[in-house]
Design a protein around this ligand. Structure first.
Ligand code: VG1
Ligand code: CO
Length: 542
């Protein structure tokens, strides 16, 4: 029986870059989840009788919210729900399931790389029928509905057994519990040369994949250890846990430090990789060398033709604005376009749908292709493995050769996390006010060539997105970018991105932070970071 529940609006339900993210305690308030889910459904049309994909990264509160979503989807008139066994489906796998089964859309329960547990974070995002994150038109509508919601629809029904694969009926909706891994693994097998990768492992090549107790564990175990015959134990922290084992499932050099240290040691494996909470990011480390995500994107694009799925070449590349221009150089070499979009995967969707880009990436460790409409951590790892299996060189040799042939874009991101929100906005405001006077001035020996607040005009749907980050470009190709994160759950996070180009191979071997020294000083001089956010050093340096 459908139950109509009277409810109160919540004004703070504004979905950001990647859906709605808040502390678990916020989501646990009476009717909070229900209000947001109903606001999603109220923003959509024509889904009666259609399929909804539901899955999450396994974090604390995931099972309870899945049950709520199932009951509400049935009450709102969906015809079928495809739910991952145990409530588990990675973000890229949800994207694939939506596309493969022609679903109307999908709901992903994740706060990505943010920590999990009763005192940590939870998140809900909605993906549309092309498999990608909801565009701004829909997220704005969701917010508008959440401000005036008066009722939500649910069913008086018990919980569905999430652990038993098979079909049940709830109300007028069929619920099918499916294996979350099978369809995804099959898709990967169509893109990559599994025989060649298996032969690589059989030749003694060693990988360590750190699933960080998050969603990729079951996927990585099936693909690397079972299908590709990597030795048992190659995948570590492979069991998803509600609190990610007490760690942040964020594959960066701080939270994946153990993996990094192992890869820098003499007796480490040949290849190290990790993914985040919901499986859409990747960390790539070769023996003795961390590959920056910007370099990784460029190298994947330059070598993608070695994998069967991309043998015909790329139609275009797309990167987010703060990502380095290393990919632009590859595109120029290949004679294809490199599109520059704002931060967030949703901006790639139109380009992928229109066939204007095949491979996309972000400096924040996200890369993917037109096989789904999300970034895809395991996809990036598999493409690297396919390239390594084909070239039979070390990661380090491939990277150094790439720098020699294309030039090197030194790159780093400094994050100031959880700083005072007003202070962070004041810093951005002060910079914004100076944009016009900056060109021609010299800071730390660097002359400003151009400065702007990045605005993106989508070539497909003609929409415009403004204030996407302040770019300061210097003579010689160096660059600084300042923007505020849209995914944090407490305070504000300031991200400062530094980039410098070095064409000469003889001068490419210096340490990154050292190579960027004058840019780091210029960022401080221009933005007065220490004064504004009252921090002497960044919280995370990548
Ligand atoms: C961050 C990254 C951005 C990424 C987003 C979602 O956003 O910088 O590149 O798309 O997270 O990724 P922000 O606004 O905090 O900089 V995920 O893995 O959290 O879906
Ligand atoms: Co993620």
């Amino acid at each position: 029986m459908i139950r109509k529940v009277t409810t109160e609006p919540y004004a703070d339900q504004k979905p950001g870059t990647s859906g709605l993210r808040k502390k678990v305690s916020v989501f646990r308030q009476p009717n909070y989840v229900e209000n947001f889910i109903q606001s999603i459904f109220d923003s959509l049309e024509g889904f009666q009788g259609k399929t909804l994909v539901i899955g999450g990264d396994g974090r604390f509160y995931n099972p309870q919210v899945i049950q709520k979503v199932i009951r509400m989807a049935a009450a709102n008139g969906f015809g079928r729900a495809l739910v991952g066994r145990g409530g588990i489906v990675s973000t890229p796998a949800v994207s694939h399931l939506i596309r493969k089964y022609g679903a109307y859309g999908g709901i992903i329960l994740s706060a990505s790389h943010n920590p999990g547990g009763p005192d940590e974070d939870f998140g809900i995002k909605y993906n549309i029928g092309n498999g990608g994150p909801a565009p701004e038109g829909i997220t704005d509508a969701i917010h508008a509905h959440s401000e005036r919601i008066e009722r939500y629809l649910t069913l008086d029904a018990g919980d569905v057994d999430l652990d038993a694969e098979g079909r049940t009926i709830i109300g007028d909706m069929e619920v099918e519990i499916i294996d979350p891994v099978a369809d995804y693994a099959e898709l990967m097998q169509t893109l990559f040369d599994f025989d060649a990768i298996r032969a690589l492992f059989e030749s003694g090549f060693r990988i360590r994949f750190d699933a960080m107790h998050a969603v990729t564990g079951p996927y990585a175990t099936e693909i690397f250890e079972k299908r590709l015959a990597a030795p048992p134990g190659s995948v570590v922290n492979s069991v998803p846990k509600p609190d990610f084992g007490g760690h942040h499932p964020d594959p960066n050099l701080v939270h994946a430090k153990d993996l990094h240290d192992l890869m820098m040691s003499d007796d480490g494996p040949d290849f190290g990789a990790a993914s985040d909470g919901d499986g859409d990011r990747n960390l790539i480390i070769g023996k003795g060398l961390f590959v920056t995500p910007s370099d990784s994107l460029a190298i994947l694009a330059a070598n993608a033709h070695l994998a069967p799925g991309y043998a015909k070449g790329l139609r275009g590349i797309a990167r987010s604005m703060p990502t380095s221009a290393a990919a632009d150089r590859v595109a120029a070499r290949l004679g294809i376009d490199c599109h520059v979009t704002p931060t967030g995967w949703k901006f790639f969707g139109n380009l992928l749908d229109a066939g204007m880009a095949t491979i996309c990436g972000e400096e924040s460790a996200g890369a993917g292709s037109d096989h789904v409409r999300e970034k895809d951590g395991l996809w990036a790892v598999l493409l690297w493995l396919n390239i390594l299996a084909s070239r039979r060189q070390s990661v380090k040799d491939i990277v150094v050769e790439h720098w020699a042939s294309h030039g090197r874009n030194y790159y780093s991101r400094h994050d100031y996390e959880n700083v005072d929100t007003a202070a962070a906005h004041a810093l951005m405001q002060a910079l914004r006010a100076r944009i016009e006077e900056l060109p021609g001035t010299t800071v730390q020996g660097l002359t400003v060539r151009a400065a702007d607040d990045f605005a993106y005009h989508d070539p497909v749907d003609q929409s415009t997105s403004e204030h996407q980050g302040i770019r300061i470009r210097f003579e010689g190709g160096s660059r600084l970018v300042f923007r505020l994160s849209g995914t944090g759950t407490s305070g504000a996070t300031l991200r400062v991105y530094m980039e410098r180009f070095e064409a000469d191979p003889a001068r490419q071997s210096i340490d990154t932070q050292q190579a960027l020294q004058s840019l780091i000083a210029a960022a401080e001089e221009l933005a007065c970071i220490r004064n504004h956010v009252a921090r002497d050093v960044p919280s995370v340096i990548t």
